[in-house]
Design a binder for this molecule. Structure first.
Ligand SMILES: *[C@@H]1O[C@H](CO)[C@@H](O)[C@H](O)[C@H]1NC(C)=O
Ligand SMILES: *[C@@H]1O[C@H](CO)[C@@H](O)[C@H](O)[C@H]1NC(C)=O
Ligand SMILES: *[C@@H]1O[C@H](CO)[C@@H](O)[C@H](O)[C@H]1NC(C)=O
Ligand SMILES: CC(=O)N[C@H]1CO[C@H](CO)[C@@H](O)[C@@H]1O
Length: 373
């Protein structure tokens, strides 16, 4: 019952999205002539690579199974959606959406360089859920559904389940056979990146300023680790001084909220660094006292930035460039529908980055290991 409601609802949204997409393909960098909208077969081909409903005949229940897992996972703990968004972003940003981030060929050796342990990635979570979904899909149709498609579909469904926009994901991604430690270290924007560095890294991936500002809106949900916030308040970029762009009253507030839990961890610092700090603040907490907005996909992230209350330096930097500041102001000003629409388009674009298709890569049988393992 619930599943069929989901699909009816999906079908309606999908239709309206496809119709609007037909008029905005230019914005998505596709040539209108190369996109075939074929409603009779319910199949959308935006480019030669991925297709709409790739598993239609090889594993027809694949997307339903992912959705059912996500519904349960979000009901258990809605933090999982922010975690998956972060996981997907890190995977797609480095050599494309190929599940390279999931690979662990370290055999327990903490010094072995793998992408999921690379500097910016230490705090990534959600691996267990992807493994769980993969296991269920292997039972249903062995060696058919890629780990990279699971990441994209699960993240998309999580976004819907937390009140975010629907977007019609294309599928048919295949998994890489290696992970990319050095690229992950160098090419992921950092929490202390300035706006020009952030925009440079996004533009290397083909994202416009508007798309970069929109994707930052993922910070609407989930928490920002206190380790990043506190660094900004005391030893910003190793200067030994606070970040001057944090308003004094906001600094006091942040310090109070974060320090409540910070020093209580009994673990040695080396171990502590590997475990995600549970302490963190959400944008909703920051803006809620002065805003009637909800905790999901609305514009409260952008409203916080307009008020100078960005949790990360890289967030607040969106107000330091006239173009991105203007975009933030626009996204903060309506009822959230502009953001949802732009977010759907930007996520769709990100989900297609550098994918492996056809005979490239492989379909891993376990997401953490290449098949040759
Ligand atoms: C939800 O929580 C239950 C009980 O802790 C657990 O058994 C189940 O695996 C969780 N489901 C998901 C999808 O995380
Ligand atoms: C921004 O960061 C980059 C990389 O860290 C640095 O090279 C550049 O000088 C910085 N730009 C400004 C305006 O601070
Ligand atoms: C501190 O811990 C409490 C209880 O575990 C939690 O509810 C609260 O959100 C934590 N605060 C921060 C800033 O993480
Ligand atoms: C981007 C970023 O904040 N990376 C952090 C990842 O974790 C290491 C060690 O815990 C930190 O030193 C980095 O700053």
């Amino acid at each position: 019952m619930a599943v069929s409601v989901y699909y009816d609802w999906h079908a309606l949204l999908r239709l309206s999205f496809l119709l609007s997409l037909a008029f905005s393909v230019g914005a998505l960098n596709h040539h209108p002539s190369s996109s075939a909208l074929d409603f009779s077969h319910q199949r959308l081909e935006l480019d030669e690579q991925l297709v709409y409903d790739f598993y239609r005949s090889t594993c027809p229940d694949a997307e339903t199974i992912v959705y059912q897992f996500m519904r349960e996972a979000v009901a258990n703990d809605s933090k999982i959606v922010a975690q998956l968004l972060r996981l997907m972003f890190h995977d797609c940003f480095i050599q494309g959406c190929d599940a390279s981030l999931l690979l662990d060929d370290s055999n327990g050796n903490l010094n072995h360089p793998i992408e999921r342990n690379a500097i910016p990635n230490r705090t990534i979570k959600g691996f267990e859920l992807i493994d769980q979904i993969k296991e269920a899909l292997e039972k249903e149709c062995p060696n058919v559904v890629s780990c990279s498609d699971i990441i994209s579909v699960a993240t998309r469904d999580g976004i819907i389940l937390t009140g975010g926009p629907f977007f019609p994901l294309l599928t048919g991604r295949r998994d890489s056979q290696e992970s990319y430690f050095n690229e992950a270290n160098q090419q992921i924007p950092r929490p202390d990146s300035n706006i020009s560095e952030t925009l440079r890294l996004f533009s290397k991936r083909g994202f416009s300023e508007k798309e970069a500002v929109t994707l930052f809106g993922a910070h609407n949900i989930g928490k920002i680790g206190c380790e990043f916030i506190l660094q900004r308040l005391s030893n910003f970029k190793g200067t030994g001084k606070p970040d001057p762009s944090v308003p004094p009253d906001f600094a006091v507030e942040l310090k109070r909220s974060c320090n409540a839990n910070a020093s209580s961890s009994p673990l040695p610092s080396r171990v502590r660094n590997l475990v995600e700090s549970a302490a963190g603040l959400s944008y909703f907490q920051i803006v809620a006292p002065s805003s009637p907005s909800g905790s999901g996909f609305d514009m409260h992230y952008y409203k916080s930035l307009v008020m100078g209350r960005g949790l990360l330096y890289s967030d607040q930097q969106l107000m330091a460039d006239p173009m991105t500041a203007w975009l933030v102001t626009v996204l903060a000003s309506d009822d959230g529908s502009t953001f949802k629409w732009e977010f759907a388009k930007a996520m769709l674009k990100m989900s297609n980055l550098g994918v492996l298709t056809g005979s490239q890569g492989e379909i891993r049988s376990r997401c953490s290991f290449p098949n040759s393992h």
